[in-house]
Structures are given as structure tokens and as C-alpha cells.
Design a protein around this ligand. Sequence first.
Ligand SMILES: Cc1ncc(COP(=O)(O)O)c(C=O)c1O
Length: 433
Amino acid sequence: MSAVFSRGDDLPMAVRAEGCWVFDAEGRSYLDAAGGAVVSAVGHGRTSIVDAIAAHLGQLDYVHSATFRTEAVEAYAAELAELVPLRGARVYPVAGGSEATETALKLARATQVARGEAHRVSFVTRRGSYHGNTLGALDVSGRRRLRVPYEPLLGRAVFVPEVNEYRCPVPTHPVDCGSRHAERLEEEIVKRGDVVAFIGESVGGATMGATVPPPDYWKTVAEVCDRNGVLLIVDEVMAGFGRTGQWFGVQHWGIEPDILVTGKGAASGYWPLGLCIASGEIFTSVSQAGFIHGFTFSHHGAGAAAGQEVLKIIKEEGLVEAANRQGKKLGDGLAATLGDHPQVGDIRGIGLLWAIEFVADRASKTPFDHSQSVTDQVVKLALDHGLLLYPVRGGADGINGDAVLLGPPLTINDEEISQVVDRLASSLTPLRT
Ligand SMILES: Cc1ncc(COP(=O)(O)O)c(C=O)c1O
């Protein structure tokens, strides 16, 4: 019997991975169309990243980040600061996306206090969002199924509607959807009068499945935040590091957040790395009073060494451009093969982040009842076909709604894209009604 408090029953034993492929102890191979959890940006089996981590650890294992700076973190932060859409960026490395969100929420509150706005205590977020699983990050996550057991421990977040063009609540859809969302946000901010920050994923991910906001969304939201003294936190944990065909998702819409959080592809899974990145202005606001925060493993040099090698690979191999190029092929392949499937309601995405949403009825967009566990069935069937997908549940109304997310390594080639599409189509055959 296993002593592991595991996250599933009878999981296969992974023993090796290479490129877009994972191999188990039984000798089965799996095409990793999910990049794990949309983590593997540069692909599996990169010895140069392992070497970079080993070189750093061989020289310096651990020092406390409140006592020492390290060259690894300095060099990584300097390179990253040039890539993010924040002026004078200051990088706070942590050990994952949830820690990055926690750091951002506290940093936003600390900034408001430093600005003499201590009455600001609440955060506005969207229904259908996901920002992490620690209590603070969960509090600003609008994913009902994850929140329900912990609801009595939550309570600082105020919700505005999700941004999902497939199920858009805006009466004038598809016209002015972004500005209508921004108006709704402003109403909430003004009504509350105590808002610290608004947080949103640049492109919806784990809860909604690759939901690309309308073109006027981010610009109008940024204006609302600015006008009302509310800080803008953009979550790029899933969308960062080239995934959407820009280094960071919001760069598609040309806005500059006050704080950006990211993770996943940052170290491509070779090290647990998350990042909370503040604009120079935010950093300056809090630096006099000091930012009361920290983790034992923040600012770890090994994470920075891994992260910097990932940046090198993304740049040298043109993987941001590859996300655009290969993403278009993947999107076209999905549309051509699955576009007429009676249970496929929507195929959406950007770069190499795609989702397929399943519905009981296409015309009315009626979701399956969650008790039918359609997403779980599809993910299981795909696994049987040697294809790894990322499950997305509850996107239609918080409870119902079935989709799968595709976020393969940015190195995926044409032959592998065809295989993803074919294996997915075979996995969906039993779903036809
Ligand atoms: C947008 C977003 N933010 C935050 C997180 C939390 O990151 P982690 O699981 O590394 O704590 C995730 C994880 O899926 C995510 O997709």
C-alpha cells in the first residue's frame, strides 16, 4: 500500500519524459497536450535546465533571502524585468502561482496603506476565475466547487461576472462587451468604496478554459482601476512565458498592470517557481514602510537558475513565435475535425492555449449536468488513447460546464499536432448522441 496522500486512485507511475511525451512504468507513452497543468513550456527532458540548477546548487544551496542577495536571482530578475509589461519592474520570486497571488494581494493592500488608503480592504474578482488554492488566493477565485467546503473561511472578495464570449451576459453582445464589463466593475468599486485591487487572468484558464476577452476589455478595465485608485493585478500564471503568443497575455492588449503574477511555464516544471512582479511605482510606495511578507523558500537561486535557462531557450528557439504559428495549426485542426461534433459547443483559444467546451445541446448551449462527469470521462478516454488533457469543470455556471484545455509544450511539431487532434477526436466518439 502506498504511503502517499495521493490526488487520485490507481494513477500510472510516470518514469521518464522527453519533448512532448511522458512514459510510464508499464512502457506506455502519453502525448502531453496539457503540458502537465499547462506548465511545460519548453518541453520535457531539457538537460541544460537540469545542468543550470545543478551548477547553482553545487556552488550555493540555500541562504536566507532576508540576509543575502544572490547572483542567480539578480541576473534572472534583471532579464525578466525587460520582458514584462511593467515599468521599473521588481521581481519577487516565490514557489508557485498561489504564493505569487498571496504575495500580490498583500502587496496591493500594503501599497494602499502606504498611500494613506487604509480603509481599502476588499478585492474585486470575476466569477469563473482561478488564482490559486491557498486561502487568500482561493478567496479571490470564483470557482464555486473549490470554494464550497471552505466558504466560512473566506470573505474579502467581491465578484463581477465572468468574461466568456461564448456565454456572454452583455445584452449588446458582441458589441461593446469589454466596456460593459468595465462599467459593471466600476459600479461595484464605487458601491463598495473600499476596494484595494481588481484581479483577473489575462486569458481565462483553469476554470473557464482559454477564454479570450473582447478587444476592448483590458483597456477599459485598466482605465476604471486607474480612475478609482484601485490597483490592477493581472494573473499570468497560466498565460505567461509565451503561452498565448506574447511573452505575457496582456501584451496583446497593450496595458500595464500595477502587479503581475506568474508561474507555471516560468521554470517549465523543472523547479517550483512563481513570481510576483511589481511596477517600480508600487515598489517605491511600499519600500519606506517595508513590505511585511516572506517565505523561507522565496528568492531561491535554483529557481532563478532554472528560470533564466528557460528564458534562454524561449528566446533562442523563438518559442513565443512558435506559440502563434503552431497554435494556429492546432486551432485549425481542432475546428476542421471537431467543428461539427454535436457535443462540441465551442472551440476557442489563443497561441498554444486552446479549449473545447462540450454541451448537451449546441443550439441552446445547454451544458451537461455535472453529475454526468463528462469532462472526467473525456479525460479518461483520452488517457486510454495516450493523450494528456487538462480538465476544466464548472465554466457554464460555476457547477455545470465541461471542457478540456490544451496547453502543450511550445515546442510541439506538426506531426504531434495532428496526433493531438486525431487522438482527441477518437476520445470524443463515445460522446456523440
Ligand atoms: C491563472 C492561475 N493562477 C494561479 C494558479 C495557482 O498556481 P499554483 O497551482 O502553482 O499554486 C493557477 C493554477 O492553475 C492558475 O491557472
